[in-house]
Design a protein around this ligand. Structure first.
Ligand SMILES: Nc1ncnc2c1ncn2[C@@H]1O[C@H](COP(=O)(O)OP(=O)(O)OP(=O)(O)O)[C@@H](O)[C@H]1O
Ligand SMILES: [Mg+2]
Length: 380
């Protein structure tokens, strides 16, 4: 045990007699208490600015100052110190006013027996608050460490995916080249069985090339910082439709585009989102001739875009699954890697937005995504 007082009490009281009475009233508290007495606003403010206090006791009326003003001074400094007003007779209204202002309690001078329990309660509560703050700080530290660890391992994974897909691309190209050469050079000597085997090898190489390209796209969508600018979505969509013209023609698809807004976004990534969605709408077609509709709608704090089709539709059970990496839902009878929508979600989320799929009427699906109007860097 140490003799160091463990409770520091600041008393704002100008009457010497009352100070003695106060000290006497709290002598029943078992913890040693160190008192400091101040009698003016200046000495009170100096005391709270230079030292930390466990409890403050203050008179209600002081020459040129008041208990309420002392409460305000504590609040302005954002201190958590409990303050108890110890006063001569004050009316109930005044007491309520003091509590409203932020006093922890008030005690009448003619009933000082209440003071010791009031202080003990406040000390107890202050300790609990301190423990809670410490627990919160510890939880925040643990969370920050975990987040940092996750970000680090994510970065490493990103790097790995990028390097792996990038470096796999070259040897695969070589394999493709050799298979092609083999097929052409020995064209006349191959029987039907050998031709089938070679065709299988070509299919495998082509599929793997598509997979690597998609992985590279996915990886690029998350690697670089966003390059935000004012992007005219009409122009973005027009360019994509021009690029996809051969597929649109081949599918005999009708594409309707409504007026689209100008938004703040990374134009290259946004283009990828629309491209993936339109490519899907052109791919997952049903019995009817494909009809695709692209639109944008303004909401209070976001832009909402939609790419709707009349294709095979998405099973509601798979509406989430298809946004995952390699998630192919029931569309696996069509060619594809299952990376397009995962890339879309990644791009949209990096813009602080969200993307989802809804059934369209009478059939087909509508893919919607929302971009907040205010991007993180403040450009709007
Ligand atoms: N417009 C759509 N209509 C019906 N199903 C769709 C549509 N778009 C996506 N899907 C379903 O979601 C799955 C995932 O789509 P995603 O674009 O990620 O992959 P993919 O098109 O199969 O392959 P990738 O885009 O990587 O070439 C698809 O396989 C399909 O089952
Ligand atoms: Mg796709």
């Amino acid at each position: 045990m140490t003799d160091e007082p463990s409770v520091h009490v600041l008393v704002l009281e100008d009457d010497a007699q009352d100070r003695i009475l106060l000290e006497r009233a709290v002598s029943s508290i078992p913890t040693p208490i160190a008192f400091r007495h101040v009698g003016t606003r200046a000495s009170f403010e100096d005391a709270v600015d230079t030292e930390s206090w466990d409890v403050i006791l203050t008179d209600y009326m002081l020459p040129g100052y008041s208990g309420i003003a002392a409460v305000e001074a504590i609040k302005t400094r954002q201190l958590d110190t409990p303050l108890i007003i110890v006063s001569g007779r004050i009316g109930e209204e005044t007491a309520v006013e003091a509590m409203r202002a932020g006093a922890a309690d008030y005690v009448m001078k003619d009933n000082l027996s209440r003071l010791a329990p009031a202080i003990e309660r406040e000390l107890h509560q202050a300790q609990r608050r301190a423990e809670q703050r410490e627990a919160e700080r510890a939880a925040n530290r643990a969370l920050a460490a975990r987040t940092e660890e996750l970000e680090r391992s994510n970065r490493e994974l990103e790097e790995f995916a990028y390097v792996a897909s990038h470096d796999l691309s070259a040897p695969l190209h070589i394999v493709g080249g050799y298979v092609d050469l083999l097929a052409r050079r020995y064209q006349d000597q191959l029987d039907a069985g050998a031709e089938d085997l070679l065709a299988g090898a070509v299919r495998g190489v082509t599929r793997m090339q598509a997979l690597i390209d998609s992985l590279l796209y996915y990886s690029r969508a998350g690697r670089h910082p966003l390059t935000l600018s004012r992007a005219d979505v009409n122009a973005i969509v027009a360019e994509i439709l021009q690029e996809l013209e051969p597929q649109i023609k081949a599918a005999n698809a009708a594409v309707a585009v409504h007026a689209l807004p100008v938004v703040t976004a990374d134009a290259t990534l946004l283009e990828q989102v629309f491209k993936n969605l339109v490519e899907n709408a052109l791919k997952f077609v049903g019995e009817d001739e494909p009809h695709i509709e692209i639109s944008g709608e303004e909401f209070a704090d976001e832009w909402r875009f939609a790419v709707a089709d009349n294709g095979i539709g998405v099973d509601p059970d798979q509406a989430e699954e298809i946004f995952r990496m390699f998630g192919r839902g029931s569309g696996n009878r069509f060619p594809g890697c299952g990376i397009g929508l995962a890339t879309c979600r990644r791009v949209v989320q990096r813009h602080g937005g969200r993307i989802w799929c809804e059934p369209a009427q009478p059939h087909g699906s509508t893919f919607r995504f929302a971009l907040p109007k205010q991007q993180a860097d403040g450009i709007s």
